[in-house]
Write a new protein. Structure first.
Length: 93
């Protein structure tokens, strides 16, 4: 089973691509250290204040994936450096 989690974020304090990169790299490192998922910025690379980030996890237990994504979501909700605009979770067999 493959779980896919995609978020779109708005970074109101980013005044340059450098500001945005700092927030995105920090977010990716934090998620990688705490959870066993693959994570990458998907698009929005040329926009200063928006980004789409995708995460994927493989397991034979869909509930394990869902629980992991729920924990990531709670962690992201507490981060005040950005606002979550959209979130999407999909599962593939």
């Amino acid at each position: 089973m493959l779980g896919y989690f995609q978020i779109e974020i708005y970074i109101p304090t980013a005044l340059s691509l450098k500001d945005k990169r700092f927030v995105i790299l920090s977010l990716k490192d934090k998620v990688k250290k705490k959870f066993n998922v693959s994570i990458a910025e998907l698009n929005g690379g040329d926009l200063w204040q928006r980004s789409t980030i995708g995460m994927a996890m493989v397991s034979n237990d869909q509930n394990l994936i869902k629980n992991c994504f729920d924990k990531i979501m709670r962690m992201l909700d507490q981060d005040d450096r950005f606002e979550l605009i959209e979130r999407k979770i999909e599962f593939y067999n």
